[in-house]
Ligand binder design. Structure first.
Ligand SMILES: Cc1ncc(COP(=O)(O)O)c(C=O)c1O
Length: 401
């Protein structure tokens, strides 16, 4: 079956069995590219959305030990008490804010946390503010539940920084939540403390939730301090922070994430979680305890390696005709722009077919960026070099005028 037929079967069928809300879920651009690449030879992936390093040894060992110790049953609904306690201590220290286990709930990856937070708040007639480009889950989850969205556009020429005033000006009487993601997927942009503080203050004043996705909070380069929404002085009543072990400890497949919120919000979300996934994976929650209590070397080594890759990728993008880059300060993505009006999806498809380099079309991440492509540097320096040995001559031949 061709890929296009498959997409139509899954997403565009008028088969009455499906809830029309399913139409809010777009054809995933990432899957499409990766599926196509899978049928080709000698592909270099700049498409990868997870760390390419093996998980730390102590994390792997803790999972095996938990299994051997018979830790294969359900945990408490909010999560393994040892993990909740460890996260409370860890976040209280990091954010200079007193958090207890009752402020936290363990989920099946950050994805479940985002799903619970957004779908628990979204409803017909409610308005949300989401940056554009942004991680592709947010808008569909809001829209599936009837919510409407104002997208706040960011641009490569301005390092994809979010203008807090634009966010504040977009607030309407029916605005229920603002979604933030720093460092951002797909841009790698880290919002400065002032941006987050300005948005949080206004949101608290107006009684609006801020849902802050912080899964890349340890992938911050150049020795910068990370401004988590948790460390920006407002109270917890208007804040939900989502994160996971997926990126920080290369544990994406182990599916352990969490949500941090007011005790009242956690209480309500616990019931929803019970009706969604029941509890998160038990042995992998023990792995999470080991990760938090283990040495920091894994993260430090990852930062050294990813900084080298980021720096080289920035140089290579600068040398590439038609691409406007910038220097991302976090995560492992760069989201360069092609000239205005150029179709990034066509460019990504042709790049894959004609050079064997797999990138992700910008339109996967929102409506404002159809002239962009996402490049991931979660791959070796050698692969990055080889990819650009193909991309640069290809771009030199293009006439996008
Ligand atoms: C911004 C962002 N949030 C959440 C997730 C999902 O994380 P998890 O694997 O913990 O579900 C990802 C994964 O790519 C992401 O990029």
């Amino acid at each position: 079956m061709s890929l296009s037929t498959l997409d139509i079967d899954l997403y565009e069928s008028e088969d009455p069995i499906w809830n029309p809300a399913m139409m809010a879920i777009p054809v995933p651009g990432i899957r499409k590219m990766v599926n196509m690449a899978a049928s080709m030879q000698d592909v270099i992936h700049l498409s990868i959305g997870q760390p390419d390093l093996p998980a730390p040894e102590n994390v792997v060992n803790a999972t095996i030990e938990a299994l051997r110790a018979g830790q294969t049953g359900y945990t408490m609904d909010a999560g393994l008490p040892e993990l909740l306690e460890s996260l409370a201590v860890y976040y209280s220290g990091r954010s200079q804010r007193k958090l207890t286990a009752d402020n936290i709930m363990i989920t099946t990856g950050a994805t479940e946390a985002i799903y619970l937070a957004l779908t628990a708040v979204s409803a017909p007639g409610r308005h949300f503010i989401v940056p554009d480009p942004a991680f592709m889950l947010y808008a569909p989850m809001i829209r599936m539940n009837g919510g409407e969205i104002t997208e706040i556009t960011t641009r490569a020429e301005k390092n994809h920084q979010l203008d807090p005033q634009e966010v504040i000006d977009a607030i309407q009487p029916n605005t229920h939540a603002i979604v933030l993601n720093s460092p951002s997927n797909p841009t790698g942009t880290v919002y400065p403390r002032e941006t987050i503080e300005a948005i949080l203050q206004e949101a608290a004043y107006r009684g609006i939730q801020v849902i802050s996705d912080e899964v890349y909070d340890h992938l911050i380069y150049d020795g910068k301090e990370y401004p988590s929404a948790l460390s920006c002085g407002t109270d917890m009543d208007n804040l939900m922070v989502v994160s996971s072990f997926s990126k920080t400890y290369s544990m994406a497949g182990m599916r352990i994430g969490w949500i941090i919120a007011s005790q009242a919000a956690i209480k309500r979300l616990r019931r929803y979680h019970m009706f969604t996934t029941t509890v998160a994976n038990t042995p992998c929650q023990w792995a999470g305890v080991a990760a938090l209590h283990g040495s920091n070397d894994f993260i430090q080594n990852m930062l050294v390696e990813y900084t080298k890759r980021r720096d080289r990728l920035v140089e290579l993008v600068e040398q590439t005709p038609h691409l406007t880059g910038y220097k991302p300060e976090g995560a492992f993505y760069l989201f360069p722009a092609l000239p205005e009006g150029v179709n990034g999806t066509n460019v990504a498809l042709r790049l894959l077919k004609e050079t064997g380099v797999c990138t992700i079309p910008g339109e996967t991440f929102g409506n404002s960026c159809s002239n962009a492509i996402r490049l991931s540097y979660s791959t070796s320096l050698g692969n990055i070099e080889r990819a650009f040995e193909r991309i640069i001559p290809w771009m030199e031949k293009q006439d996008f005028g």
